[in-house]
Ligand binder design. Sequence first.
Ligand code: AMP
Ligand code: FE
Ligand code: FE
Ligand code: ZN
Length: 298
Amino acid sequence: MEHVGAADTTAFDWAAAGPADLHLHSRESDGTDAPGDVVRAAAAAGLGVVALTDHDTVAGWGEASEVAREVGIGLLPGVEFSSQLGPASVHVLGYLLDPASEAFTGERERIRHDRIDRAERMVHAIGRDYPLTWQHIEQHSAPGATIGRPHIADALVALGIVPDRSAAFEGILHWQGGYYQPHMAPAPEEAIRIIHDAGGVSVLAHPGSRGRPVMRMGVLGDLVAAGLGGVEVWHRDNDAPSRRQLLADAERFGLLVTGSSDYHGSGKPNRLGEHTTEPAVVAEIVRRSTGWAPVLPA
Ligand code: AMP
Ligand code: FE
Ligand code: FE
Ligand code: ZN
């Protein structure tokens, strides 16, 4: 992996690179493609810059960077943290942060261990009513992947208990479905601070989705005070009123505005490049970061 300082990224012309999609998942978390295949698929879809943002892990960075150099597209290694705001899950993206930063390393290992515990508890509970065992989860996750409900969903689909991931999330895996267990998650301010302290840039993922807790609770100002860098406005889960409100908030707080697909391979209908981020914003994320260098497009 290439550390910051290895390339002069300041003068780079991001506008010449082609469209940027800054939120993609591989099977190192709950996507279905290998990290390199995500990058290949992105290049084939005409994207010029991508960010790999697997949940709570950096395990895909090496392979994704290698393939990005091979196929000549830009890559911003990143992460997506699930934070907890009251009863709601708030997702925070981090870009170009130092994976060796002590707080970041500690936090992602704590979360990943607790996620396994939590998935085991859920599988145990579901196993009382359905023929689901931990072995099925192992069959439906890559070794070392960040385990989440999507892997349980895939096992339920393979067993013929539900038709697809979405049906699993609407029923058995729903937070009110009777089997749900929470996993350890930092407060959003804490996630933002960890990213910031590791030299990265933080962006609030799909803030208009699932009850838009940050907007509803009026805490965006607190997150900005904690170091929030931007908001993901262009995302399929943000409805039109949320997007309008977020654009106004971004203006008011001086936040960067991003757009992304949140691609999960065949795990979600989200298509590569369905939303993209302005080159000037990509350049600004690179300019502000001190934790890790991007792979520059050829
Ligand atoms: P978890 O973090 O284990 O509670 O699982 C939440 C993750 O599941 C999110 O990061 C989403 O990527 C994914 N997810 C949520 N809803 C759906 C859905 N309807 N279909 C597929 N994946 C979903
Ligand atoms: Fe996900
Ligand atoms: Fe998310
Ligand atoms: Zn995501």
